[in-house]
Design a protein around this ligand. Structure first.
Ligand code: AMP
Length: 599
């Protein structure tokens, strides 16, 4: 079907042809005929990048009444970047309908400028919920004549805590309007919004419900938690033309990974909520125009980033809410391109992969982390391919080459190639010389964990004492230890008793029921890059005793400092280091845990 056959009018047809839209994308093919045939409420489950802006934008522009100056359409989107993007797109589609004025209003920019733009007239307002709410309350916007309300990325808006704003905004629109809801996923909250605000909506699903894009390959690398960064570097080196977003869980992790990549000579930068808006804009612009190859980002900060052609999405750590994975992976494989979504996981996270597979209705492939030799081989052939493709400016270099040809005459062809390639290639060979295999050998690891677990002993009150190789020297306090246990063992309400912290290690009494789980959870984990050892305290003592017989007095006898665990409110928020700069208000139910002192 062509756009014209779907019912798109001449003026819009001309504009989109100029944009190079040759044929409708699937979401447009599904949505346009419905909305052209009858004005109706509509739910479309489609990822960003599938062409959904045109799917709701074209019929909206075509169906408005341009004989008056009322605002007749409002589009709500979660972030300012998306808001600006949508407004720009709609303006382009309406290029030959000058009466169709599109005004974006969003937070983080001058409200005065936006007020002025609104005063001139806005047929369509594209807005973030917070800012339009503000303008509505100040009576700068009148939505009483709205015919179309569009909720774009509804799941993201709810995720970011905009539910009350949406309620208020939609209450300002007349009951006669039609509502379109676009969402990548259909969690219960979105279904509820649909039920509350929509009237017998038509439903369109592009791809499988809650699924990722069909063009995305989902892979995971199984490594020790401490090797995550090394695995990331291998991936970056293995794909020399990588153009990727690397997702981290927290702002500090994001900054840490980006700083390490920059230090190691990669073309990368960080995007997170500790940066000012101007800094974020700058980083996003550099990434958009591909001056940056890798952007290390939190989920929240990356929301507003609209970039096509990503080759990879890398989950440096999987998101806490696995639904979020769909949003992450949906950033690659857009507009008929293929992409790869990679998760770097440890043994303990395998269950998360299973849970994600259920949501996306696709299987992950376990891919071995490239060995040093794999990387070198790939880089080698990449260099050769570059040589084959490079444009040679013969006129300009001829004056030098004759001299050089004479100088290098003594080398044969193979020698010459080897030397030229080595100029670049040696650093890879050097770096990857003797590089370890990062792949986890599942069987061996499980045996190691089982061995550690077998030593756990419970006391009279059902508590078990665990050894942690972290002490005051690591700037560890009881609260931090409790926080670490809470963070590392997902979603458990683990009782914690006496905590003895020494200079270089600690003992923690934990609910015996969870002792094995804690040991397993910490296996292969790191704390500030230090590989962690967590095991039954008695196992450690027995081992330590044997050694200490040989090296008596070599270790000072440590007595615990008088600091014990108190229920610490701070630790209730597992996500206190999360990127919350865009003010998500959603509570994290069921995740708060306390450390309790039973002694
Ligand atoms: P969206 O999902 O609206 O963000 O669109 C993703 C990208 O696809 C944008 O860059 C659009 O300009 C582009 N696009 C939308 N529809 C078409 C089409 N029919 N043909 C080619 N490109 C399109």
């Amino acid at each position: 079907m062509t756009f014209s056959e779907l019912g798109v009018g001449e003026k819009i047809l001309k504009a989109i042809e100029e944009l190079g839209f040759e044929r409708p994308m699937p979401v447009q093919e599904a949505v346009l005929p419905i909305l052209f045939e009858k004005e109706t409420d509509l739910i479309a489950l489609a990822q960003t990048g599938t062409g959904k802006t045109a799917a709701f934008g074209i019929p909206t522009i075509q169906n408005l009444d341009y004989s008056n100056q009322n605002t007749e359409a409002v589009v709500l989107s979660p972030t300012r970047e998306l808001c600006v993007q949508i407004a720009n797109d709609l303006t382009k589609y309406a290029k030959y309908i000058p009466e169709c004025t599109v005004v974006p209003v969003y937070g983080g920019a001058s409200i005065e400028v936006q007020k002025k733009a609104l005063k001139k007239g806005a047929k369509i307002i594209v807005a973030t919920p917070g800012r339009i709410n503000d303008l509505l309350r100040r009576k700068y916007i009148d939505l009483s004549n709205v015919k179309w309300a569009v909720l774009d990325e509804a799941d993201e808006m709810l995720d970011m805590g905009f539910k009350d704003d949406l309620d208020f905004i939609l209450a300002q629109t007349p009951d006669t309007k039609h509502t379109m809801l676009f969402s990548a996923t259909m969690p219960d909250e979105v279904a509820r919004i649909a039920k509350n605000y929509m009237n017998d909506p038509k439903e369109v699903t592009i791809g499988v419900r809650n699924s990722g894009s069909a063009n995305v390959r989902h892979c995971y690398y199984l490594v020790q938690a401490k090797d995550r960064y090394l695995a990331l570097k291998r991936i970056a080196d293995y794909y020399p033309s990588i153009y990727a977003i690397i997702f981290c869980r927290t702002r500090s992790e994001t900054q840490e990974v980006a700083t390490a990549l920059i230090r190691d000579g990669y073309n990368a930068d960080a995007l997170h909520g500790d940066l000012s808006q101007a800094q974020r804009d700058h980083v996003m612009e550099r990434f958009r125009c591909r001056n940056l190859q890798m952007l290390v980002a939190t989920d929240v900060a990356a929301r507003g980033l609209d970039v096509s052609n990503l080759t990879h999405v890398i989950n440096y750590n999987l998101p806490d809410e696995i639904e979020q994975y769909t949003h992450r992976s949906g950033r690659t494989g857009r507009a008929d391109k293929t992409g790869i979504s990679i998760a770097i996981i440890n043994l303990r996270e395998k269950h998360k992969i299973k849970a994600i597979e259920k949501i996306i209705k696709k299987k992950f492939e376990q891919v071995p982390v490239p060995t040093g030799m794999d990387v070198c081989e790939k880089q080698f052939y990449n260099m050769i391919a570059k040589v084959e493709r490079v444009e040679v400016k013969y006129d300009e270099i001829n004056k030098f080459t004759s001299e050089v040809v004479k100088r290098l005459e003594w080398m044969d062809k193979k020698e010459l190639i080897s030397r030229f390639v080595s100029v670049e290639f040696n650093r890879f060979l050097e770096y990857y010389k003797n590089s370890p295999d990062l792949n986890v050998k599942e069987k061996e690891e499980k045996q190691k964990i089982d061995k550690k677990k077998s030593k756990v002993q419970h006391n009279d009150v059902g508590m078990a004492r665990l050894f942690f190789n972290l002490g005051y020297a690591d700037k560890i306090l009881p609260q931090r230890l409790i926080g670490l246990i809470n963070d590392t063992c997902d979603n458990k309400d683990i009782k914690i008793g006496k905590i003895d912290i020494m200079e270089r290690f600690s003992y923690v009494d934990v609910d015996g029921y969870y002792a094995n789980e804690i040991i397993e959870a910490f296996h292969g984990e790191t704390y500030k890059r230090k590989p962690l050892i967590v095991e039954a305290a008695n196992a450690r003592k027995a081992g330590a005793d044997k050694k200490s017989k040989k090296k008596q007095n070599s270790l000072p006898v440590e007595t615990p400092k008088k600091k014990e665990a108190k229920g610490d409110k701070k630790n209730k928020r597992k996500d206190r280091n999360k990127d919350t700069d865009f003010a998500p208000k959603k509570g994290r139910k069921g995740r708060s845990r306390r450390g309790e002192n039973f002694f």
